[in-house]
Design a protein. Structure first.
Length: 144
């Protein structure tokens, strides 16, 4: 984990804030804000200023939060158990998902740029459920 991420998470914890709390302050989704903390997204200057004010960080952090993001998880096979489960899901269901998407939309991909991600908690008497909603624009492959 980068030093930037560690500092942001420590400031969030020190203030007793959740990502949902920061969503209300910044006006961006909690998942996007978490991505920002992990350098997977970059903020506008206004968004960064709201965030550093909420976290009690100095103005120099605006530059860090508005810098171009760094995408990717790192190692090919993730070692964190929760992240690995998503990798495992793609190993088991990736090709079936691809086939169904192609049947419904044609030859193309789901955008990770024009994309939203929501994570919800579903209370269940047999054990709470994690609901992950991925919503990406379909981009057909073009012919030339």
């Amino acid at each position: 984990m980068s030093e930037i991420t560690q500092t942001l998470l420590a400031a969030k914890k020190a203030k007793g804030l959740s990502f949902a709390d920061l969503e209300a302050v910044v006006g961006r989704d909690e998942v996007w804000l978490a991505a920002l903390f992990y350098r997977q997204a970059s903020a506008s200057e206004a968004e960064a200023q709201k965030l550093v004010d909420a976290l009690g960080l100095g103005y120099e952090w605006v530059a860090e939060l508005t810098a171009f993001s760094v995408k990717g998880l790192g190692p090919v096979v993730p070692t964190d158990p929760l992240i690995y489960r998503f990798y495992e899901i793609m190993q088991v269901y990736g090709m079936p998902m691809k086939e169904i998407i192609h049947e419904k939309f044609g030859d193309g991909i789901m955008s990770a740029i024009d994309f939203t991600l929501d994570i919800e908690k579903e209370v269940d008497p047999k054990g709470d459920r994690v609901k992950v909603i991925m919503n990406g624009k379909f981009l057909p492959y073009k012919k030339w």
